[in-house]
Write a protein that binds this ligand. Structure first.
Ligand SMILES: [Zn+2]
Length: 387
């Protein structure tokens, strides 16, 4: 393993994909992805800034807790405040005051996950009602490309069809067909300056359809590849099993993005299976429910047992919340719906996930991911038993 690590260390990024694997450990990889706004060291967790903000957290604070890349949302920014307006003001980086890499999703996930608003899907695109005012709207791969070009993200995603788990096989097959058709059209559209474009493979956990989708999307040729259509309601075992056989079907030379995972256990499982990038609203959403991700498990700060607890959320954490404030104080803020409570929990939860990911990267470089993962899962499992 050491020889292999030495051999690939220092490899320059591929001039097209911008990605270089710098170390491997089993199926897991450490790498770098070069973008127009800087390099991303992978594996990387991407905090989600749906509406041009990671809820309640300032960009400097995001940088301070180790954020490398943010995710912005095509669907929401298109409707509010409008991607034309953002372009007029210099693009999303300038608009939101974040000068690091940004990945924008394509809008596909929102359109298909808000199923009540879906009106019609045809070969050209999707008709739906906007969640903002109920007005009829239409997304096509061409429009998704234009919106993401206006936003000026560093990594744009292909507009895909993302059905939930459990749909009939024919519907999954149709999603694979349209995803390929649309990827081919979006690939031909103009992009933002220096913008990378990632393809998305669909096919759920169906081996034949997933394989077909990967072959079709990789055949078109993109700067990186995502596994979409997982973490959409199937069982965890099914999701991890599909990741284990699907990830190696993606090119070794390109970044691999698992869309929509962000819990501590899930992150370690997909990294071990060869995933380089992932995103999830879980750390900030968990904060909004008044809970902290810690090595003692998930702490619900509303619980009375924290009322007189002078300890920080997590003894091992150096985030701004743990550096200065007690569980008792944060509990008080949450119970009184004070804004600072939400901010502190968001900062802490994001840092917990970012640190866990950075630790996994370092473990891959040492060839010790298995031990790192086992130790982390043991600690979290022990905490769950105590709770
Ligand atoms: Zn903390």
């Amino acid at each position: 393993m050491l020889i292999q690590v030495l051999f690939i260390r220092g490899r320059v990024p591929d001039p097209v994909s911008g990605f270089a694997v710098t170390a491997t450990d089993g199926a897991a990889r450490a790498g770098t992805l070069r973008t127009a706004h800087g390099e991303i060291r992978t594996p990387a967790f991407m905090p989600v800034g749906t509406k041009g903000t990671v809820k309640s957290v300032d960009p400097d604070e995001l940088r301070g807790i180790g954020t490398q890349v943010l995710l912005g949302n095509t669907y929401h920014l298109h409707f509010r405040p409008g991607d034309d307006l953002i372009a007029e003001l210099g693009g999303l980086h300038s608009f939101m005051g974040w000068d690091g890499p940004i990945l924008t999703d394509s809008g596909g996930f929102q359109v298909f996950s808000l199923r009540d608003t879906l009106a019609a899907v045809d070969d050209e695109g999707v008709t739906f009602r906007s969640v903002y005012d109920g007005a009829e709207a239409r997304f096509t791969p061409e429009l998704s490309a234009r919106i993401q070009s206006n936003l000026g993200s560093d990594i744009a995603m292909c507009f895909d069809v993302c059905p939930p788990a459990g749909v009939p096989r024919a519907e999954l097959e149709e999603a694979v067909r349209l995803t390929r058709l649309w990827a081919e059209r979006q690939r031909a559209e103009p992009r933002g300056e220096g913008q990378l474009l990632f393809g998305i493979a669909q096919g759920g956990a169906d081996p034949e359809l997933r394989r077909r989708s990967i072959e079709e999307i990789v055949g078109l040729g993109f700067d990186g590849y995502a596994l979409g259509g997982l973490a959409v309601g199937e069982s965890r075992d099914e999701m991890f099993e599909a990741t284990a056989w699907a990830a190696p079907l993606l090119p070794q030379t390109h970044a691999r993005y698992f869309m929509g995972i962000g819990d501590p256990e899930g992150i370690l499982e997909v990294i071990e299976r060869g995933i380089d990038m992932f995103d999830c609203v879980l750390p900030t959403r968990t904060a909004r429910t008044g809970s902290a991700l810690t090595w003692e498990g998930r702490l619900n700060l509303r619980n009375a047992r924290f009322a007189r607890d002078p300890r920080p959320l997590d003894e091992d954490c150096a985030c701004p919340a743990c550096a200065r404030f007690s569980r008792a104080y944060i509990r008080h803020l949450i119970n009184q719906q004070e804004l600072l409570g939400l901010r502190l929990l968001s900062l802490h939860n994001l840092r917990f996930v970012l640190e866990l990911t950075a630790g996994a990267r370092a473990a891959i470089e040492r060839g010790e991911l298995a031990g790192y993962k086992a130790n982390a899962l043991d600690r979290l499992a022990a905490a769950a038993l105590e709770a």
